[in-house]
Design a protein around this ligand. Structure first.
Ligand SMILES: [Fe+2]
Length: 333
């Protein structure tokens, strides 16, 4: 009885938040087009996560609000990253919905799709099915020719490495083969002397408040829950070998925070010496229990400069900046 009352209450909250986001462009908040903060910006990209698309006009419509904002950018984005859980269940019709929607807008010349756990759920225990769909729709939606769920690309010369799960679990299944490939690609990327951007839907175990912002019990539950899982330490060991690495995840469905803000016990951006961990807020389907700034349509614009990278928080659906959550990361020489 109590749980159904909670479910109804949560449903109402989601409906209210969705309505608030839809109406926000018409509120007192002034729409501000995407522009680079400073003139000497070398590249910029937008990153959003967890759109969880299904045959639902609200979710597809919310994505459209954001795509329209990106298309209208005064300073064109060099790339846009969709950091996993693009679909709610990995069904072909959901991939098609994403593809059809994305193709309506000219948002950048380099749109990057990352696989999330929900994207692997099209067929139980069938990674081949998932891989084939991901490869097919990456090509159709973004023009990218890949053969696997992990690959590399560049954003205006800045190296980008995309990791992806090879099974259909909530955690990431990263094979030994993929880990070795990652080590080799990181070595190659470091030779550019530029910051390296690594995208993986799941964050490292125990980061960004995990597992406790997944409402788990500190004394009873597995502390690795909600993270990459078994491969976490191996991947982190490789990341730690290089400087100016940005490891960008989603998956947690927490709201946007900066250290000490909103009375949360976690931060969306964790600076650890030479590497920085960024957890993207949930673009749709946010969980109100997880704290932080909760609203549909949020993500970051990354701006790269010679000595620093700016993370600019934005609500793409309403076309407004959220300066309170901006973070500047100084680069190591
Ligand atoms: Fe998700």
């Amino acid at each position: 009885m109590l749980s159904s009352a909670v479910a109804v209450l949560r449903g109402l909250v989601v409906v209210f938040m969705t309505a608030a986001t839809v109406l926000m462009p018409f509120s007192h908040e002034k729409e501000q087009k995407i522009t680079r903060k400073n003139e000497n910006c070398r590249a910029s990209f937008a990153a959003i996560s967890d759109t969880h698309l299904k045959d639902n006009f609200i979710r597809l419509g919310m994505l459209e609000f954001g795509l329209r904002d990106m298309e209208k950018a005064k300073d064109r984005l060099d790339a846009v990253v969709f950091n996993g859980d693009i679909t709610d269940h990995g069904y072909p019709e959901q991939w098609q919905g994403f593809t059809d929607t994305l193709l309506k807008y000219d948002i950048s010349d380099n749109n990057i799709m990352v696989i999330g756990n929900h994207d692997t759920w099209g067929k139980d225990d069938d990674y081949e099915y998932t891989r084939k769909n991901f490869v097919k729709y990456s090509k159709e939606a973004t023009g990218r020719k890949i053969s696997n769920v992990y690959f590399t690309t560049k954003i205006n010369g800045y190296p980008v490495i995309v990791l992806g799960s090879e099974a259909d679990h909530t955690y990431a299944t990263i094979s030994k083969k993929q880990i070795n490939w990652f080590a080799a690609e990181m070595k190659k990327a470091s030779k550019t002397g530029l910051p390296i951007f690594v995208f993986c839907h799941q964050s490292f175990n125990g980061t960004h408040g995990l597992p406790y912002n997944w409402e788990l019990d500190k004394n009873e539950d597995d502390p690795t829950t909600g993270g990459i899982g078994d491969a976490s330490d191996d991947i982190l060991r490789i990341v730690k070998k290089y400087k100016n690495v940005f490891f960008i995840s989603g998956h947690i469905h927490a709201g946007m925070t900066v250290e000490g803000s909103d009375k949360t016990f976690y931060s969306s951006v964790e600076k650890h010496g030479n590497y920085t961990l960024v957890n993207l807020p949930c673009y749709e389907y946010p969980d109100v229990r997880r704290g932080g700034h909760i609203s549909n349509g949020t993500g970051y614009v990354f701006e790269m400069y010679d000595g620093e990278v700016l993370l600019r928080a934005r609500n793409f659906a309403s076309g407004t900046w959220l300066e309170k959550y901006d973070v500047t990361v100084k680069l190591a020489k």
